[in-house]
Design a protein around this ligand. Structure first.
Ligand code: CO
Ligand code: CO
Length: 314
């Protein structure tokens, strides 16, 4: 941990954003994320990059305040309209989150990249960390999985239009409602499911909280077609690395195929929140969330006392 006494959360832990106390209870929450295009439509890419960046603020139970653009763009090789579309997507998504993009920085670069620095605020004692999951909590996931596999399908030109539309809808959806509801109902712990995939982010939560977890594979929500793409070996490098990394911490029931293991480890972009809450509140969360959201939340497992393997997938 930093020597600076005002630092509440830094990169020594596994939380989603940095937290620095202002004075009294109030704290600044800040995060940064940017990446290369994962869909062909520049406006959609802008929205996805912004939703993904703001998500780390929501995962902490914080409220976004404002954002700055981070832009890399090949000025000489691509028409400027493409960049304007990306920025419009980011701007519209920020507006939907109730914030403004008030500055930023751009560089000339061979491959386009876009993302945001997002600043938010929270009361220190209301932060939802990922080190505070409790034995007996249920685990709820607020978006379906498979965006990494579908994005790879898009890159290789074999994802059909309905798959692209579903993945775009999932990735452009803000985690704002999920965050607000988990705060209201008193979640114990939360993180957003992104690059390390469901198993990787759950492993972080389990290790930081010193608990274990049991996941029911048949409860895991996947987007349509993810299974078929995985069967055709349309798997991103990040997903393979995730599975290799978590394998020594996860015990899979013998009936779970290697395909299914890969799907559970899929690297996500702008994924849902993974929330640990007491049983009755989790059921309340699912009921309330699913009443207002097109994308449904699912209870995927539970938190158990620490076992030799951190995660069991049954
Ligand atoms: Co995160
Ligand atoms: Co992040």
């Amino acid at each position: 941990m930093s020597d600076d006494k005002r630092v509440v959360v830094d990169f020594h832990g596994v939380d989603d954003a940095a937290v620095v106390r202002l004075d009294g209870k109030e704290a600044i929450v800040q995060t940064v994320d940017f990446f290369t295009p994962i869909v062909d439509d520049p406006y959609d890419f802008g929205q996805i990059a912004a939703a993904n960046a703001i998500s780390d603020i929501y995962a902490m139970g914080a409220i976004p305040l404002f954002a700055l653009n981070i832009v890399a763009f090949p000025r000489k090789d691509l028409p400027m309209e493409i960049l304007l579309e990306i920025l419009k997507g980011g701007n519209d998504k920020a507006k939907e989150a109730g914030i403004s993009i008030v500055g930023g920085h751009s560089i000339d670069d061979k491959e386009p990249k876009y993302g945001l620095v997002v600043t938010g605020r929270a009361e220190v004692d209301r932060l939802v960390k990922n080190s505070t999951a409790s034995v007996g909590d249920l685990l709820v996931l607020t978006k379906p999985l498979g965006t990494g596999i579908v994005a790879t399908g898009i890159k290789r030109g074999i994802a059909d239009d309905s798959m692209i539309a579903e993945a775009t809808k999932v990735m452009t959806t803000l985690n704002a409602d999920a965050s607000e509801l988990m705060l209201k109902l008193g979640a114990h712990a939360a993180t957003d499911v992104t690059g390390f995939g469901l198993l990787g982010h759950l492993l972080e939560m389990c290790q930081a909280s010193d608990v274990s977890a049991e996941i029911k594979f048949e409860k895991l929500p996947f987007m349509n077609g993810v299974n078929k793409l995985a069967e055709k070996e349309i798997i991103p490098g990040g997903t393979k690395r995730n599975l290799a990394y978590v394998s020594s911490y996860v015990s899979f029931n013998s009936r779970i195929s290697s395909n299914q293991k890969t799907m559970a480890a899929d690297a996500q972009t702008s994924g849902g929140l993974l929330i640990a809450m007491p049983r009755d509140r989790t059921h309340q969360f699912v009921k309330n969330f699913n009443a207002i959201s097109d994308i449904k939340a699912t209870i995927v497992g539970q938190v158990t006392s620490p076992q030799e393997t951190r995660i069991t997938v049954v």
